[in-house]
Design a binder for this molecule. Sequence first.
Ligand code: ASP
Ligand code: MG
Length: 473
Amino acid sequence: MRVLKFGGSSLASAERFRQVADIIKDKSQATKVAVVVSAPQGVTNHLVAMAENISDEAKLITDLGHFKRAITTIIEDLATSLPEFNAHHCEQALINYEHQLQRYMQGATMLTYCPDHIRARIISTGERLSVAILDSVLQALGLQVSLLAPEKFLFTSDSSLNAVADLVLSKERFSVEYEKLNQIALMPGFIGMSIGKDNEEGTITTLGRNGSDYSAAVLAVCMQAECCEIWTDVDGVYNADPRMIKEAKLLDYLSYQEAMELSYFGASVLHPKTIGPIAQYHIPCLIKNTSNPNAPGTLISNENDQQKRVKAISNLDNLTMVNVSGPGMKGMVGMASRVFATMSRENISLVLISQSSSEYCISFCIHSADMQQAERSLKEEFELELLNGLLEPIGLKSELSIVSLVGDGMNHQRGVAAKFFSSLAQARVNVVAIAQDSSERSISVVIEQRKCTAAMKVSHQNFFSHKPELMCF
Ligand code: ASP
Ligand code: MG
């Protein structure tokens, strides 16, 4: 059996729903399939805006209007193009979810804020509507569908907005809940259920923005799928962002580790949390294009590439570098652990870390959105050291990007770093910080964001293009 996941862009219109249903129908002739769906494109953004603006009634009404319009258009277009389509069933689902949303809003308005567990319910409504619509489309094509409810088995941590799945518990529960399923099963992505404490029921959680890929990976583990297919709007993973580098090439194959590095360092095709479950359970993952189903796609699996080469180059923007430095750092045991414990307490994720051997300074990159919180908490933690001059004021430098070279085959290759740095010099880019772990699977540099395109272009040309071309910056 295979898990197929369709993202928002694959469900953006009535026509897209029809294409998706055709792919499902086709696949289900050869094997059992379990389908995971995102919300139709743009819908989650309207829902997030609603949860964020509960005190602004006019804005709420506008966003609710956008949300309803997006769904109604899809339902109406399907009703005209697909004779057997049960539009009434979908309209009824929309009315029910709209009532539910209004109840959550009323509750939140009374509280004057929207608690995270209510927010999770609001922002995941789009996925539930995708299920209702796709179910009706598949039924109109004469297909029988079993519905899977993530709240019955997909157990997660209790973070309402960025939950992590408990694979063992979810797998166990899935086998109890679902003994027999139709040839096609359908589940909303993005949604989980926290493990209740002290015999109390858990609450609905969401797996983070773009988390439906992760839902698909967890379902693939629960069902012991032979493959997890992620259907999206590009032909697969490219060796650089094709919006930035027009010569970017499609990769036919990636190892789990390469995919992990790439998704972490900016390739937006796969959500970074997705790779963990499929790599742990050795489930191959295929990235496919809904609009071009015959293209082979990119396969992510266990196999190691034998070729000694750099596979891809990726970039991640909107970063801030934090510097903790001063005479008090040198030789002091426990300083690094205090710096990182402070970040972890604030739930701030570190994108890259670098420390020189003089131990005078620890530098790390965070997403710029976390900058103020990071500064405040470090000032609190090191109040005494800052007061006594043992530490210099916390340094912050924003508008930075990370550019990373990725490839299993870089291991033991000489000259890769040299070529990378000379490319950066050629592009007239100053390097702010450097990191390479000892697996030698990636080399990352921190640079000014305004120089990122130049850095990417020259590096891509020097590593991947065989045509010499003079580039000046
Ligand atoms: N609909 C959610 C989002 O837009 C989850 C997803 O699409 O994967 O973030
Ligand atoms: Mg996505």
